[in-house]
Design a protein around this ligand. Structure first.
Ligand code: PSU
Ligand code: MN
Length: 336
């Protein structure tokens, strides 16, 4: 009996490590489908960038929720990388999605769930649809051996998090997945200094990209918080990710790309709505509601700003998709 257990454990381990090293045929019989284009790219060592779907199911209203992920895929392609948009359809994990699948998530016909790591297996068992958050997306990005993931805002320590303990699962996930996560920092609905402290404790490198060492705050290029490292071109970021790979480090890295300069002015106005939304969430108890807190704040900000936050949000996402694609190209040059 003991021998059997050891063998099956060992089988599990070798399956996972084979996957990480690129033997994806082992996904047969699992609830994971890799889109043929993504499969082909991975098999031939072409650059691939993962994209999330929580913004499709919980971030943007329809039809922007469909147009946006298609645009982001197009931007990734313009760099020479292949996009792999990740989500859950009827209990099957999709790494790379068809337009029909994206439309199904974007239109929310099957009431998709918001999927972080802990929701994955339940959604599979219940054959649910789901949009994967940074945490949920990181799991499958790493499983497929994809090295770069582009998104808008990483989750973090919520304001008042020292009392509510509301700290996004995105942060610990970055200790388990060897992926470069490209984002526009974290939104100021969060406690940015505590989020950066927490990332330091977890040993997750935080790099600002293409600016000073000042960490960007999503709608604004400025948070008043400095991080230890700044890089200004995709080759250096690729070198860093490759060094982590060579050292066998299992953690990811956060690459923070500021929103384009022309959105800075409107960002100041949006900041007032952000503050108001946070205050309201504290008064109406949403801030204590677990996974609903972030989507509520995001939609409240869009509402308060009469939709003015949406173009900014789209612009910063387009920017991270572009930089993510460029980094993936440079990374693959190092590997090949
Ligand atoms: N922050 C944003 N926009 C977003 C999110 C966060 O500015 O769309 C989404 C991301 O998918 C992120 C998730 O992974 O919310 C974090 O949710 P929570 O705080 O519940 O962990
Ligand atoms: Mn939370």
């Amino acid at each position: 009996l003991q021998g059997t257990r050891v063998r099956s454990l060992h089988r599990g381990f070798s399956t996972l490590s084979d996957l990480h090293s690129g033997n994806r045929t082992l996904l047969k019989g699992t609830p994971v489908d890799i889109h043929p284009e993504v499969e082909e790219a991975l098999a031939h060592n072409k650059p691939v960038v993962a994209l999330e779907t929580a913004l499709v199911t919980h971030g943007f209203p329809y039809p922007s929720s469909l147009k946006l992920p298609l645009d982001l895929e197009q931007i990734v392609r313009s760099t020479g990388s292949i996009p792999a948009t990740i989500g859950i359809i009827g209990g099957r994990v999709k790494i790379g999605m068809t337009r029909e699948e994206l439309d199904r998530l974007a239109s929310r016909v099957n009431k998709p769930a918001k999927i972080s790591r802990r929701d994955i297996a339940a959604a599979i068992a219940l054959k649910a649809d789901g949009g994967t958050t940074c945490s949920g997306t990181l799991v499958f990005t790493a499983l497929a051996g994809i090295k770069v993931f582009a998104t808008g805002g990483l989750g973090g320590v919520h304001r008042g998090g020292e009392k509510s303990l509301d700290i996004s699962a995105d942060l610990p996930e970055l200790t388990r997945c060897p992926v470069g996560l490209v984002s526009s920092g974290v939104k100021s609905i969060l406690d940015i200094p505590r989020t950066l402290e927490y990332l330091e404790t977890l040993g997750v490198p935080v790099i600002t990209y293409n600016q000073s060492k000042e960490f960007p705050a999503f709608f604004s290029r400025h948070s008043g918080q400095n991080v230890p490292w700044n890089m200004d071109n995709p080759s250096v970021v690729a070198e860093m990710l490759f060094a982590q790979h060579q050292l066998g480090m299992q953690n990811g890295a956060l690459i923070a790309v500021p929103i384009p300069e022309e959105y800075e002015e409107i960002g100041k106005e949006i900041q007032e709505y952000v503050n108001q939304a946070v205050l309201e969430s504290e008064r109406n108890g949403i801030s204590q509601s677990g996974k609903d807190a972030t989507p509520w704040l995001l939609s409240r900000i869009a509402e308060l700003s009469a939709g003015k936050s949406l173009p900014s949000n789209i612009a910063l996402l387009e920017n991270t998709a572009l930089v993510g694609g460029q980094i993936a190209v440079k990374y693959q040059e190092l590997v090949n």
